[in-house]
Design a protein around this ligand. Structure first.
Ligand SMILES: *Cc1c(COP(=O)(O)O)cnc(C)c1O
Length: 414
């Protein structure tokens, strides 16, 4: 188990800010999801690489028997580098070129196509390569329209209303559809809504004779703060398993039930540690400014995500209200009016749920280095990414200094 003392030691050893991931939590989430669907004959979990794509994490997933869900050719390459077999990788991009899809197909990964234009082109050129199709069932799975992708204006998936056109393309190109997929949004709050979307998927599946799998995407919600609703995985498992097995009977073939969880597997395993640079009392609040900002953790500013913040340097201290902010020269508030154990300058704050969409969304804004990453595994800390250095900032820049020697610069004089 990882304790606060371990986290403090990691911050001391590797510096801050630093991301720390607890492998035990990732493994237990993987097992929990697997157990919830143990009644299914063939279950495949394809970890969504974009949530957290460090090669060490990918290797851990591979060792658990997970497949990999990828959205770019680079994620496919990372997966192969981390030891995934091409056939356990699914490529589920949106809006990428035909060439990128062909490149992935050449590497032997499962292709998932989400628009009719590319489907028609790909099927025309490569009728022998089996393809999965991403369907948009137009079901709103989440409350936040930024992250719900099933609605009518969504850019994701092929609308169920376009099935006749889709079938025409498949018939004319004689391509082979081996999977049906949906990924309706990031939050499954209501299991009945999810099951309703599943029925649409089953209905669609009946149009295809050679399916190997049905992929239900993701959207498993994990709690970020006290009182948050969490997807009831066990209930979903029970209900969907029964219905899926029934469908397989109807269909006349044992299909694989696939999911692509990202957040569910890695969110809670992550801890982001930052040091308090300044405690600043103003007329209206007390700011605690940390040595980080939305360059390292953008979810609070981008999505309004509420990451619980703890002062692990003073866990017994008296609780006070703080506004925790970053050092970026723009508003970058991590949390307002947070009850946190009394903060002194130099204390280490721990941001919870920092596993998913945190490091992978980090940038170099304000010319800051992206943080180090550490994996806590078998009661030991393992550095899995070094903090960037100044060299990283200038590595790809081409310094055209010869253009600007004073003699050559023409100054416009009126
Ligand atoms: C991002 C993504 C996922 C993972 O979603 P989570 O909410 O992190 O579980 C799964 N499938 C696809 C196609 C995605 O784009």
């Amino acid at each position: 188990m990882m304790r606060n003392a371990d986290l403090l030691k990691i911050a001391k050893t590797y510096g801050n800010p630093v991301y720390v991931y607890d492998s035990e939590k990732i493994i237990s989430q993987f097992n929990r999801l697997t157990n919830a669907f143990k009644g299914v004959n063939q279950l495949k979990l394809n970890y969504a690489a974009k949530a957290l794509s460090n090669i060490a994490i990918l290797r851990l997933m591979n060792s658990l028997g997970s497949g990999l869900d990828t959205v770019s050719i680079q994620e496919v390459q990372l997966g192969l580098l981390a030891g995934f077999k091409p056939e356990s990788i699914i490529f589920t991009p949106n809006g990428v070129s035909l060439e990128e899809i062909e490149e992935a197909a050449k590497l032997g990964v499962q292709i998932n196509i989400d628009n009719l234009s590319v489907l028609e082109q790909f099927g025309g050129k490569h009728p022998d390569i089996p393809v999965c199709i991403r369907i948009n069932p137009h079901v709103m799975a989440g409350g936040n329209s930024n992250i719900s992708v099933g609605h009518i204006d969504s850019k994701f998936g092929i609308s169920i209303h376009q099935i006749p056109h889709l079938l025409r393309i498949v018939e004319l190109t004689k391509m082979n559809i081996n999977g049906i997929h949906m990924h309706t949004g990031s939050d499954i709050l209501d299991i009945d809504v999810f099951l309703y979307a599943s029925e649409i998927l089953f209905e669609t599946a009946k149009n295809f004779k050679n399916l190997d799998f049905i992929d239900f995407g993701s959207g498993f919600k994990v709690p970020y703060k006290e009182g948050d609703i969490e997807t009831n995985i066990e209930e979903l498992g029970k209900k969907l398993t029964g219905r899926f097995n029934e469908f397989c009977k109807e269909y006349g073939k044992e299909l694989t039930l696939a999911f692509e969880p990202g957040k569910f597997l890695v969110s809670e395993a992550g801890h982001f540690l930052a040091k308090v640079n300044v405690v600043k009392q103003t007329t209206s609040t007390v700011f605690a400014s940390v040595d980080s900002g939305f360059n390292h953790l953008i979810r609070p500013m981008l999505y309004g995500a509420s990451h619980t913040i703890e002062n692990i340097s003073n866990p017994q201290g008296r609780e006070r209200y703080y506004s925790v902010v970053g050092y970026i020269c723009e508003t970058d508030t991590f949390g307002n009016n947070r009850r946190i154990n009394e903060i002194s300058e130099g204390d280490i704050l721990c941001f919870k749920n920092a596993g998913a969409y945190c490091f992978t969304m980090a940038s170099n804004y304000n010319s800051r280095y992206r943080p180090a990453e550490v994996l806590w595994h078998d009661d030991k800390a393992h550095l899995i990414r070094e903090r960037e250095t100044f060299d990283d900032l200038i590595k790809n820049q081409v310094d055209v200094k010869d253009l600007f020697v004073p003699e050559k610069v023409k100054v416009a004089v009126k």
